[in-house]
Design a protein around this ligand. Structure first.
Ligand code: FES
Ligand SMILES: [Fe+2]
Length: 428
């Protein structure tokens, strides 16, 4: 249980709030690069700020104020040029640094005027890595953008999936350090949704939480699992400050404002050795629905189930009314770390996990429970009989709504052109 004041600290993300200022010290994935295959300009809202995200005709991404410096027209209806975005009202041109490059009528009426220098707009740096667009909204100098090791892997099929979640970011992130929910929310609830009464999945009997440089790990043992089980030896990573890392995929909970979150996820599937040459050159992006045709939450897929928990806690979870138990130790650790870190930043120190050394940031390794699968690959035959990968040929298990063209591309890359025939061999 937390006081109302402490709950506010954890959940308010706007400019000038303690958590808002803290989170602005990190690069955040805000979109898939693939979102700009069919459009050049998007309205986005991040940490309570209304912004415009665009890709200009030279391929440069910009994240600038939603409103034009002239008379405040909406730049998300602007159009891009070689060097920036042009307002659709009177044609002022702004670049990715927020500089005003052209004021067409003033440039004719008063040649050589200095008006442009006074008309810069807010702008934040954007970088594209592994099919994701990262933005930094904090004070300069910006820290290095960590290139997590999976972003350096090749020979894989990469998907970026986004979703809009109507609740505060922090309740989503608490889920990243919550091992026991897996048993009830994913295993047993899925079973019951299929109409089966049991048997329920193996019970958790031991959990452990440890802090490390880039976050926290949680480890678990369930009935039948020994001390050498990868989930006990290595476990999963609650990635600091708002991510979750499971080996083959990342999930980030990016605050839109106090009551909304953008879920940005990145999935890597190592292709069978025979198919390595079929690895797509770029990531596939798609936006996932979270409600069904009746307006109810979708409950069939893993992250959809998590979303049901997050939104069910309310737009902003009221932590004055909760009762933490033995499984919540990791959540208490994360909250306490945030309170300490917010204080440290207020005193002018770099927050936990900040990277200032470009060499160290170029490939950052994280704990990974099953590294061999991702780093070494396996044969197609092994793939088809692997308990983890084989079922994923039939359905993308994490999010509902994978478009058919992405599923087909995935199967083609995984199994080759004759994937239709081979898919029949998947028995699970
Ligand atoms: S309002 Fe944008 S150019 Fe006038
Ligand atoms: Fe979950």
């Amino acid at each position: 249980m937390l006081s109302e004041a402490k709950n506010r600290i954890l959940t308010q993300v706007g400019p000038g709030t303690p958590m808002g200022e803290y989170l602005r010290r990190f690069w955040h994935p805000i979109a898939g690069a693939g979102e700009f295959d069919e459009t050049s300009v998007k309205a986005v809202r991040l940490m309570g700020e209304d912004l415009t995200l665009y890709k200009d005709l030279s391929g440069t991404f910009g994240l600038v104020d939603r409103h034009c410096a002239h008379r405040r027209a909406d730049l998300s209806y602007g159009y891009v040029e070689e060097t920036g975005i042009r307002c659709n009202y009177h044609g002022w041109l702004m670049n990715e640094k927020g500089a005003c490059l052209e004021q067409p009528f003033d440039d004719v009426a008063n040649p050589g005027h200095k008006g442009k220098e006074r008309c810069a707009i807010k702008a934040y740096p954007v970088r594209e890595v592994a099919g994701l667009l990262f933005a930094y909204m904090g004070p300069q100098p910006a820290p290095e953008l960590p290139i997590w090791e999976p972003f350096t892997w090749d020979k894989g099929f990469v998907e970026v999936v986004t979703a809009d979640i109507p609740c505060n970011w922090f309740q989503c992130q608490e889920n990243s350090c919550d091992p026991v929910h897996f048993e009830w929310m994913h295993d047993n609830w899925s079973l019951r949704q299929k109409g089966q009464l049991g048997p329920y999945s193996p019970k958790h009997f031991q959990v452990a939480f440890d802090e490390f440089e880039y976050g926290f790990t949680y480890r678990r043992r369930r009935e039948g699992q020994g001390e050498d089980d990868p989930m006990w030896m290595t476990g999963r990573v609650a990635l600091w400050p708002n991510g979750f890392y499971l080996g083959g995929h990342f999930e980030w909970r990016v605050p839109v404002d106090d009551e909304n979150t953008r879920s940005v996820t990145w999935f890597f599937t190592r292709l069978p050795i025979e198919s390595e040459h079929l690895a797509p050159k770029k990531a596939y992006w798609w936006h996932a629905p979270i409600t069904d045709e009746n307006g109810r939450w979708i409950t069939s897929h893993v992250i959809n189930q998590d979303i049901v928990a997050w939104v069910g806690q309310g737009r902003i979870s009221d932590r004055t009314k909760e009762n933490l138990g033995a499984s919540d130790r990791g959540i208490a650790m994360i909250r306490n770390r945030f309170f300490d870190e917010i204080e440290a930043v207020a005193q002018g120190r770099d927050p936990k996990g900040t990277l200032r050394d470009p060499q160290a940031a170029a490939c950052v390794r994280l704990p990974i429970a099953t590294p061999k699968l991702f780093r070494d690959g396996m044969s197609r035959k092994d793939y088809l009989s692997n308990w983890w990968f084989a079922p994923r040929l039939k359905d993308f298990r994490w999010h509902a709504g994978q478009p058919a063209h992405v599923r087909d591309a995935f199967r083609r890359a995984t199994l080759g052109e004759d994937y239709d025939a081979l898919i029949g061999d998947v028995t699970r």
